[in-house]
Design a protein around this ligand. Structure first.
Ligand code: NAD
Ligand code: DAU
Length: 354
């Protein structure tokens, strides 16, 4: 059997199929690659769920190195046809159901896309003897930390939500395809992202949108849960670097060493928007809410020379400005199906004293 050993992808021009490219990180990645790697062709496969939005990619719609194909990653025949049509040589799998709260409301779609969909892609990548398969994973597969310590690549998997359990399942499958078939798999596990085009169900854009509309900012539990925030462009740079130079079969943690308690993020956003703290509303906690995430990213820094380009101070200001300038983008979202989701998630959620 052919065994993949080379670390560096040696190819002057590559056809890369990315999935979930109409979502938050995927669309930022499309912009990132088209700006920097003129030789690569990007085929973006997205089924356009509630989280997929082609407006994110309006400016590159006619780019000669970019093409969009609407398809479900669970639909084996459709994906096979697309791979064939574009002679795809590698896959970067962003497509997922990505919101923890929605996975608590119903987990079936998370298992379908995140586990079964990933398996379909792995199977086809193996069948076509692809040059790379990058699985975009998350630090949430490691579970929750106490007050101290960091997740390393050796931390045992301990996913706590249906979302993170489905992502851990996908990681295990990807590693199994590497071990069993020598498929050249690499995995990235990143901490919380923020930046442009993030769907306003996630904490930072939700805070900005609510504050701009003078609506209450819902803080789960005591607001002291900790997340490690990284600008999405730094995540894209890490994925690009692992895709090209990462060691096959390896996992790379990605994070900005930038831990914040949720309540401090809330206060910062209010300060940047010059809005009063009286908008803060403590609400009933998320079920099974992980207390703290914090990433040790020394491996990718040491081996691939990656480091974040953004300071949080700069990134969060720029992000707030982006949501102010692109108000129509998020207003179009929050006036649609989102209203139903918001009601279901937040109305009737018991308020608690701060
Ligand atoms: P997102 O929800 O914004 O986008 C997901 C995209 O996948 C959407 O465009 C959606 O239409 C598409 N999609 C969903 N199901 C599909 C299917 N069956 N077939 C084809 N397309 C489908 O998610 P995101 O925040 O951009 O996250 C992207 C990836 O990065 C996910 O795998 C997520 O687990 C991972 N991740 C996210 C973060 C974060 O902070 N957002 C951090 C680490 C890792
Ligand atoms: O760590 C990486 C993960 O980060 C990704 O794998 C997920 O796809 C992504 O959604 C994100 O998960 P979180 O659950 O950490 O992100 P979220 O923005 O939903 O919440 C961030 C924190 O803020 C979390 O502690 C819950 C809290 N929160 C969230 C919302 C939406 C609130 O207090 N109020 C809210 O209304």
């Amino acid at each position: 059997m052919f065994v993949w050993t080379a670390a560096r992808l040696d190819s002057s021009r590559m056809n890369i199929l990315i999935t979930g490219g109409a979502g938050f990180i995927g669309s930022n990645f499309v912009h990132y690659v088209l700006k920097r790697r003129q030789q690569d062709k990007i085929v973006n496969v997205d089924m356009l769920t509630y989280a997929g939005n082609l407006e994110n990619l309006e400016d590159v719609r006619s780019h000669p190195n970019y093409v969009f194909e609407k398809a479900d990653i669970c639909d084996r025949d459709a994906i096979e046809r697309i791979l064939e049509k574009h002679n795809a040589e590698a896959i970067i799998n962003f497509a997922a159901e990505s919101h923890v709260d929605r996975s608590i409301l119903g987990a079936a779609e998370f298992i379908r896309t995140n586990v079964s969909g990933t398996q379909v892609l792995l199977e086809l990548a193996n069948q076509r003897k692809m040059k790379r398969f990058l699985q975009v994973s998350t630090d949430e597969v490691y579970g929750s930390l106490g007050d101290t310590g960091l997740f390393t690549e050796e931390t045992p998997l301990h996913p706590n939500s249906p979302y993170s359990a489905s992502k851990a399942g996908a990681d295990m499958l990807a590693l199994a395809y590497h071990h069993t078939f020598s498929l050249p798999v690499v995995i990235t596990r990143c901490s919380n992202n923020y930046g442009p085009y993030q769907f306003p169900e996630k904490l930072i854009p939700l805070l900005i949108a609510n504050a701009l509309n003078d609506k209450p900012l819902p803080v789960y539990g005591d607001g002291k849960n900790v997340r490690d925030w990284l600008h999405v462009e730094d995540h894209c740079a890490a994925i690009d670097s692992v895709f090209h130079d990462g060691k096959i079969g390896e996992i790379y943690n990605v994070g900005g060493s930038n831990e914040w308690m949720n309540i401090d993020i809330v206060k910062l956003v209010l300060e940047l928007l010059n809005k009063p703290e009286s908008l803060i509303t403590f609400v009933q906690d998320r079920l099974g809410h992980d207390r703290r995430y914090a990433i040790d990213s020394s491996k990718i820094r040491r081996e691939l020379n990656w480091k974040p380009g953004y300071t949080f101070e700069h990134g969060i200001r720029e992000t707030v400005q982006w949501y102010i300038k692109n108000r129509t983008w998020w207003e179009n979202i929050i006036t649609g199906e989102y209203q139903e989701y918001y009601k279901r998630m937040y109305e009737g959620r018991e308020k608690i004293a701060g």
